[in-house]
Design a protein around this ligand. Structure first.
Ligand code: PMP
Length: 361
């Protein structure tokens, strides 16, 4: 087998190697069933165990009380941009939105398309989304506050969740779910496309509190109603079984090998600090996100010009470092260093960056 790359892709992204190995080892005969996990019925005891274990592990890792439901939906995180306002704003009420880049802009658009009277209460568009707004004037009568905790493209992240008073937050955590410990007391809903920190593409994890679930009206399409899935343990129709199975294994790895979210948080902070420190100490590489708003997951940076950036990405791949090209909408370079990326990958990246600067700078 060809050696595996250090994978810095933004998503789909690196998964823990022990998880991939376990999938490989049990792929043809899952738990003595004589079938692959991709062949067993979603109504079978084998799959029941998988989904229920994934839910229990999520609840333990995030310290969720029994008011929260853990759902696995399709349509990606993008589907949630429309589902949240559809379900929660049926009575003509408003919600507050914070715009920190591409993904929040899309979420705002999907609420506006439905003529929901939402308010954009803060935006970092004035500076090309390179920072996270502070001191936001939230509206007390909003049904929820929507925010994107980590902006995958611009490499910014809320250092801590804002104080929204008694208004619950609805958070797109696609690119930082399960990467740090979290105070859930003000969180009404979290959603996350799995393909960055918790699994393969094809499933979106939705964690939703009962009081928000109670807002969903009956007169919206069945497949867009959170209650449809909450009532049927995410199995109203055939769920994305393989993706959920992989999530279960990733969560097991997080709990049993890493030791939970505080430990993961520590590791992620150390990785990001090492890389940002290196970039900040160099005159050749330049970080693009403002200090204090920098993402621990997506480290975005520029080189002196685009020709060097292109050569950097190509030579990096030749050196076993993949996925360093910035998002096509912004250019530059980006190292996505999600949970499954180890310190060894950071060390090797820094050695390569040092060498590249010496030969090209
Ligand atoms: N939100 C964020 C923060 C993302 O990074 C992405 C995907 N990169 C999305 C939403 C969209 O996710 P999906 O492709 O699952 O719809």
């Amino acid at each position: 087998m060809q050696d595996r790359l250090h994978n810095f892709n933004a998503g789909p992204a690196a998964l823990p190697l022990p998880v991939l190995e376990e999938i490989k080892d049990s792929f043809l005969n899952f738990k003595g069933s004589g079938m692959s996990i991709t062949e067993v019925s979603h109504r079978s005891p084998w799959f029941d165990d998988v989904i229920n274990d994934a839910i229990q592990r999520t609840k333990r890792l995030l310290n969720l009380n029994d008011q929260y439901h853990v759902l696995f939906l399709q349509g990606g995180a993008s589907m949630q941009f429309c589902m949240a306002p559809l379900n929660f704003l049926s009575g003509g009420q408003s919600a507050d939105y914070i715009n920190t880049g591409t993904w929040s802009t899309k979420a705002i658009k999907e609420a506006q398309i439905q003529n929901k009277p939402i308010k954009v209460v803060a935006s970092s568009e004035d500076k090309n989304f390179c920072y996270i707004p502070k001191g936001i004037p939230f509206n007390k009568d909003a049904v929820y506050v929507h925010l994107t905790s980590n902006n995958t493209i611009k490499g910014t992240q809320f250092e801590s969740l804002p104080d929204t008073g008694s208004v619950p937050m609805v958070i797109d955590m696609s690119s930082d779910i399960m990467s740090r410990s979290l105070d859930m007391s003000k969180v009404g809903m979290i959603y996350a496309g799995a393909q960055k920190n918790i699994g393969p593409a094809g499933v979106c994890m939705v964690i939703i509190r009962q009081d928000l679930l109670d807002l969903s009206p009956d007169n919206i399409p069945t497949m867009l109603n959170y209650n449809t899935f909450a009532k049927k343990n995410s199995m109203f129709n055939t769920p994305p079984c393989f993706s959920i199975y992989t999530i279960q294994l990733v969560l097991k790895w997080l709990e049993e090998t890493i030791g939970g979210l505080e430990k993961m948080d520590e590791r992620n902070r150390k990785k990001a600090k090492t890389l940002y420190d290196f970039i900040d100490n160099s005159d050749f590489y330049k970080a693009t996100a403002d200090m204090g708003s920098r993402s621990l997951m997506n480290v975005t940076f520029r080189l002196p010009n685009e020709i060097l950036e292109k050569s950097f990405v190509t030579k990096a791949i030749e050196s076993g470092l993949g996925g360093l090209k910035g998002h096509r909408s912004v250019g530059g370079c980006r190292a996505s260093i999600y949970n499954a990326t180890g310190m060894d990958a950071i060390t090797d990246l820094i050695s390569f960056m040092t060498q590249f600067e010496k030969t090209s700078g």
